[in-house]
Design a binder for this molecule. Structure first.
Ligand code: PLP
Length: 283
């Protein structure tokens, strides 16, 4: 475990963050989480592009170039000696006496941590259980902000019900958006469905890779169209995607089996294609 704060490497427990950091007081910042395979950060460019977009949407000055952020990622991997793990970084707007509007002088803070750990391959093999829960989040879920209370409460509810993910549903439309820390997909009659890109979901890097690379290569049809919880329950397969879980089958929601209650064929094909891509890029 190793940390980085505003230009230097630190011990994770070293106290560096000001009590008046706006990230700390308002959740005023953005983050990214990437996966390290074989000492290399997978799909880092996509994560950095999303990071810059999140900053711009929140009007946080962009004070790092993609090249600088890449170099810091490479440095922290090298210094930690970790070959398989996760890197988390966040950029908060600034430190300033507490007022809601932006202060005049803004110096964003970058902090980063790296942790050892590999993918939940057991979940990929067995599949996971999920629940449906109301999506109570704000209306800019496309920005990867460190404000995650809606997601945290959803995941906690799943955890208390011995499930691994909460699939969120917007009240009113009764449409499924995404997981609490993943994008959500169903497969029906060999067609993969997921919520279209909008302010209601995060544009997951893994989701994009499935669309642009894996499904294309396999000749699998993927459509971006929202669906109801009832539609999901009549699907033949379901799965979630995220950087840390890659492609993980969902075998039941609210204790109701999806399809035959086993990881689906198309899901596993997509997972396999994803692994091939990781192999090509990192090994
Ligand atoms: N949706 C939400 C709400 C998330 O928090 C995440 C990942 O943390 C994702 C989707 C998946 O994004 P990615 O594939 O870029 O990890």
């Amino acid at each position: 475990e190793l940390g980085f704060f505003d230009g230097e490497f630190i011990d994770l427990n070293e106290k560096k963050i000001s009590l008046e950091d706006r990230g700390y007081q308002f959740g005023d910042g953005i983050y990214e989480a990437t996966k390290v395979y074989n000492g290399k950060c997978f799909a880092l460019d996509r994560h950095l592009d999303r990071c810059i977009r999140s900053l711009r949407e929140l009007k946080i000055p962009v004070t790092y170039t993609n090249a600088e952020l890449t170099a810091i990622h490479e440095d922290i991997i090298k210094k930690s000696g970790i070959t398989d793990g996760c890197i988390y970084f966040q950029i908060t707007r600034t430190t300033a006496p507490r007022t809601h509007y932006f202060p005049d002088k803004i110096v964003p803070h970058l902090s980063m941590t790296i942790r050892e750990g590999s993918v939940h391959t057991d979940w990929q093999k067995s599949g996971v259980h999920a629940i449906f829960t109301e999506d109570i989040r704000w209306l800019r879920c496309d920005i990867k902000t460190i404000n995650l209370l809606g997601n945290v409460l959803a995941k906690q509810e799943a955890h208390e019900k011995n499930c691994q993910e909460a699939v969120q549903v917007r009240k009113g439309s009764n449409l499924v958006t995404e997981g609490s820390s993943s994008n959500f997909f169903v497969v029906k009659d060999d067609i993969v469905w997921t919520h279209p890109l909008s302010n209601l979901i995060l544009k997951g890097v893994t989701r994009s890779i499935l669309f642009e690379e894996c499904a294309k290569k396999l000749g699998i049809t993927m459509i971006e169209k929202a669906f109801s919880p009832d539609f999901a329950l009549t699907a033949h397969e379901a799965f979630i995607t995220s950087t840390s879980l890659e492609v993980t089958p969902v075998i039941a929601i609210d204790n109701k089996h999806i399809g035959n209650g086993l990881p689906g064929k198309i899901t596993l094909k997509l997972l396999n294609a994803y692994h091939e891509l990781v192999k090509k890029e990192c090994y």
